[in-house]
Design a protein. Structure first.
Length: 438
């Protein structure tokens, strides 16, 4: 006898998404597609027009710092006035970035727009970054889906980002064989970036801005009896943000010791590899990340969101440390790809769990604070790692990064394991009591 599941739509790996959620996923995909090729061609283009390697490093640092500074006010304002205006603003920023790269080679101006937009500095799976407006994206997505489908929808969003980032990375080879009369290969891709930014704006216009509890029609929160300088509206929320930020800072600091751009340098120093070998490595990591992301909701349902985060972080840390023992470049590459896949697959689970910790009117603020904390420490460790590698200590960044990432998993468990277990028990209790009798 076939057993029917009344909640079958929630059990699908790819559940049917509402049109407004599809719009958000489509915009994320378009942005990831452009990031996939811009993370490769933009730094090389800047080098070709005269920016030094040291200047490029300063650009990456400035991009992280600028994003960290803007994340908190963007999150706070998105909670107060709405999320959609900030998503549209970022699409406009992408179009402006591409336009400036088309019409000028003045390095100070290109440096400034790249630092603000965060384009070309790399990112997890090539498409995870959303400039300083990531809090608005996560919050509006959490608002538009019911809690029981949030992990699945966040996973689909990340899946689309990874797959299209891989496609974009493949397109990065175009400048080597496309040379139009008035538009060279790089310029053609910059023009495509402008087009994608404009298209994203039109897609976002159809996304509804949901009414959030505790916020009136003018976007103003209700008056509070006691004034407070805290960004959050309750002591409990402030405490949770503090714990999330600490765990995020430790994890980001550790991951920054061997990020994607640094691993390129490490492979070159250790095994003398060039882009012809390294390029396919990242394409493979994007593709595998996309596939494993779809399994994240099932893992979270089986063992819980926090246990999933802890397990993958510890496993990723172990793979990173094991690279030290790799006798040749093939095992080293395999271990690193495994580390990237594990780190990326759990991102939607972490984002969904974080959004579930806060009421709607605090989600963008919480995401902004924790994102800023993550970027601050993520901007520091690459410079330390570079100094260590330059001094000949090639193993040190791997070991330090692994230890810090493992420690962040321990912190996450201490802070949130009991809370996740309590939420699961409450959810099971509600499901059991809402089942029809007979």
């Amino acid at each position: 006898m076939i057993r029917k599941n009344p909640k079958g739509s929630q059990r699908r790996i790819l559940p049917l998404l509402p049109p407004h959620v599809l719009r958000l996923v489509a915009v994320r995909g378009l942005r990831s597609f452009s990031q996939g090729y811009l993370n490769i061609i933009a730094p090389l283009y800047l080098l070709s027009i005269g920016l030094s390697v040291v200047g490029l490093g300063l650009l990456f640092t400035a991009s992280f710092v600028t994003g960290a500074v803007l994340l908190v006010p963007v999150g706070k304002l998105a909670d107060k006035y709405g999320r959609k205006p900030f998503l549209i603003a970022f699409s406009v920023l992408i179009a402006l970035w591409g336009s400036l790269y088309l019409v000028t080679t003045w390095i100070p101006l290109l440096f400034l727009i790249s630092a603000i937009a965060g384009i070309g500095r790399g990112g997890s799976a090539g498409g995870s970054q959303a400039g300083p407006f990531a809090p608005a994206e996560q919050a509006i997505l959490a608002d538009l889906v019911p809690s029981e489908r949030r992990v699945s929808v966040f996973s689909i969003n990340a899946f689309a980002a990874s797959m299209l980032a891989a496609a974009g990375a493949a397109l990065s080879a175009a400048p080597s064989f496309i040379h139009l009369q008035y538009l060279g290969g790089d310029k053609l891709l910059f023009a495509i970036t402008v087009l994608l930014g404009v298209v994203s704006c039109f897609i976002l216009l159809g996304v509804p801005e949901t009414r959030r509890p505790g916020v009136d029609a003018q976007g103003e929160p209700p008056p509070r009896k006691k004034s407070s300088r805290s960004l959050m509206r309750s002591r409990e929320s402030t405490s949770i943000v503090g714990k999330l930020s600490l765990a995020a800072m430790v994890n980001s600091f550790g991951m920054g010791f061997m990020g994607s751009s640094l691993f390129v340098i490490w492979l070159n120093l250790r095994y003398h590899l060039g882009a012809d070998v390294i390029g396919p490595v990242f394409a493979l990591s994007y593709f595998l990340s996309a596939l494993t992301i779809l399994g994240a909701p099932a893992l979270a349902r089986q063992i819980g969101s926090v246990r999933s985060i802890i397990a993958t972080r510890i496993a990723a840390a172990g793979l990173l440390a094991a690279i030290v023992l790799a006798p040749t470049y093939l095992p080293a590459i395999g271990l690193y790809v495994g580390r990237v896949v594990l780190s990326n697959m759990i991102v939607p689970v972490r984002q969904s769990f974080t959004m579930g910790l806060f009421p709607s009117e605090e989600r963008a603020t919480a995401s902004g604070v924790t994102g800023a904390a993550r970027r601050v420490t993520g901007a520091v460790s690459p410079s330390i790692s570079g100094e260590l590698m330059d001094a000949g200590y090639l193993e040190s960044p791997l070991v330090i990064g692994a230890l810090l990432q493992g420690f962040s998993a321990v912190l996450y468990g201490i802070f949130f394991l009991k809370k996740d277990d309590l939420q699961q028990r409450n959810s099971e209790f509600e499901n059991n009591n809402t089942k029809p009798s007979g």
